[in-house]
Design a protein around this ligand. Structure first.
Ligand SMILES: [Zn+2]
Length: 142
């Protein structure tokens, strides 16, 4: 087993790899799965650093509410930093409650509105990071 990080989808060892999931080892520290920018876009996988607080480290995928063009621009942000995590913490719980039949209808509608607002926040985030939308490897700007 190589210690060089590889993309869990295409096995590339470069291409702006970022951690996307962790596997808990029985008694050891476990290991981390990585994904390259291209696979984060096509597989819609969420960087580990942006997992919602409810995550146990398993792979998370951007929901269909996000168009592919937004997912591709998010993939260009690398791990996305704390701003992406903050929006992810709004998006995933809101979508889960919006889809839960046990939640009253009015509250589900409010959750859907919150999820739509989170998607708007993601668009704002990628536009700040890369106003031209070139999809190149990007860095969040302060
Ligand atoms: Zn890949």
């Amino acid at each position: 087993m190589s210690l060089v990080p590889r993309c869990m989808y295409c096995e590339a060892t470069d291409g702006a790899l970022v951690p996307v999931a962790t596997v808990v080892g029985g008694s050891g520290p476990g290991w981390t799965h990585h994904a390259c920018q291209a696979c984060r876009a096509t597989a819609r996988v969420v960087p580990l650093a942006a997992h919602p607080w409810t995550s146990w480290g398993e792979a998370h995928y951007w929901p269909r509410l996000l168009p592919g063009s937004l997912v591709a621009r998010l993939a260009a942000l690398g791990d996305g930093g704390p701003e992406l995590r903050a929006v992810s913490d709004r998006l995933f719980p809101a979508l889960a409650r919006a889809a839960d039949d046990r939640v009253p209808v009015a509250e589900r509608a409010a959750c859907r509105t919150e999820a739509d607002a989170a998607v708007d926040a993601l668009w704002a985030l990628v536009r700040r990071a890369d106003p031209a939308g070139r999809n190149g490897p990007g860095r969040l700007t302060p």
